[in-house]
Write a protein that binds this ligand. Structure first.
Ligand code: 5GP
Length: 392
């Protein structure tokens, strides 16, 4: 932008523009791709490329571990109920859970998010054990870290958790000088507790997260099949994390379960995911507690948690200014992308470019990384603003 003189600058809706510039047209997919974005709800094993899954499944078929023709159609199917998604996750875990493959899918997932202009990614994954191949929860997360170091297309910056006692600088983890690299992505990890786990196993994940909070682990997630397990099983581990200042996000209200939803809201997590099946009283509670909601439009409609996009609670939450963040959940499982989720929100709910820009920037307030990262991300949005919102 040329040097500004005070008379020629207009301030509009928090934005800044020069005389002679007008607001540019409607939100389209190209604009959503160019928009800097922040992804706070993405499951590693739900974000694997279909092509990679098919290649790995074929390999295991050749080794006699599975019958490829039995799994090919399961991977290729696009419409799945919530129950079918969890069956697919079990299959994906058989296909991906060895150290080298975990590193490979991590690298690919980060490169895919960076390619669509995601500038900050909180990637969540459930640390897994497999004695037969010497995999511990800790070695699983190390394999994820190795995948981050292997990223080739973009500089990967790891940032410590906001609750880290000593401020630690964010650090590049891959070789930033390689000529192929374009841009920079901040990546942080959330360790997930699966609802099938025991209290002891959940506690092990919390201890691991606490140990790694200087190395890019910024929080915890509770996920897994919502009709399995009891909130009370995970409460001791989550309370322990809370006492140590580790931020928490919970999958909450994917199915009707008023007692659990109330208990989760009373715990007052830093964020929740989905919030599809809340009754009036729980809605009031969510709103009065002002808990930010990670919204996953495609996932909620595909899994029938919400009957249609037009009925999605995004609309209600957005109109009352409730904190919310657009996210993908599982780009692989639901064949979507974060840019597509932004496009869906704009086209379904009639939002302008300025509104979408502020929605994307607003996610910065809810990241779990240290404050220094927030300042950096705000600068990224400042420099993208003029080009995205105004045309000469
Ligand atoms: P992973 O943690 O293995 O990297 O990612 C896949 C896992 O994330 C699944 O096995 C499941 O536990 C969790 N997950 C992915 N998508 C969803 C979802 O939409 N709802 C819930 N509750 N859990 C999910």
């Amino acid at each position: 932008m040329p040097a500004l003189n005070m008379c020629s600058v207009l301030f509009v809706g928090g934005g800044q523009r020069e005389m002679g510039e007008e607001e540019s047209g409607f939100v389209d997919m190209e604009w959503c791709l160019a928009l800097p974005k922040i992804e706070l709800h993405a499951h590693l094993n739900g974000s694997v490329r279909d092509a990679t899954l098919l290649e790995l499944a074929k390999d295991l078929g050749n080794k006699g571990v599975l019958v490829f023709s039995d799994v090919e159609h399961v991977i290729k199917k696009s419409d799945r109920s919530l129950a079918e998604c969890f069956k697919l996750f079990d299959l994906i875990h058989i296909i991906t859970t060895d150290h080298a493959t975990v590193s490979r899918i991590t690298k690919e997932v980060v490169e895919d998010f960076a390619a669509e202009n995601v500038v900050y990614l909180e990637l969540r994954t459930t640390p897994k054990t497999n004695e037969t191949i010497g995999m511990t929860k800790s070695s699983y997360v190390e394999a994820v870290m190795k995948g981050l170091r292997a990223v080739e297309t973009v500089e990967v910056v790891l940032s410590p958790c906001a609750s880290t006692l000593e401020p630690e600088p964010s650090t590049s983890v891959n070789d930033a000088s390689t000529k192929k690299k374009q841009g920079r992505i901040f990546v942080c990890l959330l360790l997930s507790i699966d609802r099938r786990e025991t209290t002891a196993s959940a506690m092990e994940t919390v201890q691991l997260a606490l140990k790694m909070r200087n190395q890019g682990v910024v929080g915890l997630d509770l996920s897994g099949n919502p009709i399995t397990g009891d909130w009370i099983t995970f409460l001791p581990a989550l309370s322990c994390a809370r006492e140590q200042g580790l931020p928490i996000t919970l999958h909450c209200g994917e199915v009707r379960n008023p007692k659990e939803i109330k208990a989760m809201l009373e715990f007052c997590p830093e964020r929740i995911g989905h919030a599809c099946c809340l009754e009036d009283e729980e809605w009031k509670m969510l709103k009065s507690l002002n808990i930010p909601v990670e919204i996953c439009l495609t996932s909620n409609v595909r899994t029938n948690s919400i009957s249609s996009l037009h009925d999605h609670h995004f609309d209600d939450l957005y109109r009352v200014n409730h904190p919310l963040i657009l996210c993908t959940d599982d780009v692989g499982i639901f064949s979507t992308s974060l840019s597509h989720e932004y496009y869906l929100a704009a086209s379904t709910f009639g939002l302008s470019k300025a509104q979408m820009f502020e929605l994307s920037r607003g996610a910065i307030r809810h990241i779990f990384a240290q404050d220094g990262v927030k300042a950096f991300l705000n600068e990224v949005f400042d420099s993208a603003q003029t080009g995205l919102l105004w045309r000469k």
